[in-house]
Design a protein around this ligand. Structure first.
Ligand SMILES: C[S@@+](CC[C@H](N)C(=O)[O-])C[C@H]1O[C@@H](n2cnc3c(N)ncnc32)[C@H](O)[C@@H]1O
Length: 270
């Protein structure tokens, strides 16, 4: 049974407030496909029942609804180029800029199940000869507890490791465990994962020299994108660099960042 317009609006408002996700009536089918399994798991029969429960302030349900509506797709070395740029341009730049303190902090904001953060860890591991004496931190954050659990476990299916991960790195950094692949404990220990909503105050996370915030702003409306970019910029030093996804830009949204010439997808502070 379809949701009444006021019920749709209730869910849309809740999602926007909690995660930034904008859902328009033409995407109503997404509510159906993602929330009905949740409803059934809780012994509810319809989406309207979910709305009724949330109106009665069922906080756990509201959290699960928000989480179920996030799109979590990710894969190792996604889009390839950003990681080549990281290895060939960003890392050498940071090694020279931070030669004094020998410390670099990297943030995979909206890290989903961890592939982006672990791809960076693999690059750093491959470059370890140049990094002796350096303290390099990688922090992965996401709003989805389920994805963070998966990221922390570092256990990926055959399908997941086949998407983007070169076979040489698979063999080197993963061990077969039943039908899945377990990430090497050394790599696992290079990344810290924590729950963090990008709409919240980001200050407690500290400053980051390089920020990967890819394929999450696309789900937000313009004011939310601007607000998130503004708060991310406050967590970066003047020479910090920001990565966005292939379908994302700062142009017309934020004056805080500008594209780095000839480096698609990378932004420096204005
Ligand atoms: C499509 S995935 C992108 C993963 C990775 N960055 C990549 O490009 O492969 C988007 C992620 O953003 C997370 N997300 C959505 N809204 C968020 C918010 N307000 N704060 C933090 N993470 C959020 C989702 O849970 C999801 O894991």
């Amino acid at each position: 049974m379809a949701l009444r317009p006021d019920e749709f609006d209730f869910i849309a408002k809740l999602l926007k407030e909690r995660s930034g996700l904008v859902i328009t009536p033409d995407k109503g089918y997404l509510l159906e496909s993602r929330l009905m399994p949740l409803a059934r798991a809780r012994g509810l029969n319809t989406l309207s029942d979910i709305v009724t429960k949330m109106k009665a302030h069922d906080e756990a349900l509201a959290r699960d609804v928000t989480e179920a509506m996030t799109t979590n797709e990710s894969f190792f070395f996604r889009d390839d180029k950003p990681f080549t740029q990281f290895k060939e341009m960003v890392l050498p730049l940071m090694l020279s800029a931070r030669a004094g303190k020998k410390a670099i902090r990297i943030w995979s904001a909206a890290c989903s199940s961890g592939q982006e953060a672990y791809s960076l860890a693999m690059i750093l591991k491959e470059e370890q000869a140049r990094l002796a004496g350096w303290h390099i931190e990688i922090v992965g954050t996401d709003i989805s507890m389920e994805m963070l659990e998966k990221a922390k476990a570092g256990l990926y299916s055959q399908f997941e490791v086949q998407r983007g991960l070169p076979i040489t790195l698979l063999v080197k950094y993963f061990k077969k465990k039943d039908e899945s692949w377990q990430i090497d404990p050394g790599l696992r220990s290079m990344v810290q994962f924590k729950e963090w909503n990008l709409l919240r105050d980001l200050k407690p996370l500290g400053q980051f020299d390089v920020v990967f915030c890819r394929n999450v702003l696309i789900y937000f409306d313009q004011p939310t994108k601007a607000q998130v970019l503004e708060s991310i910029s406050k967590q970066m030093p003047a020479d910090g660099l920001l990565y966005l996804g292939g379908a994302e830009t700062v142009l017309g949204i934020s004056e805080r960042f500008k594209p780095v010439a000839n480096q698609r997808g990378i932004y420096s502070q204005s």
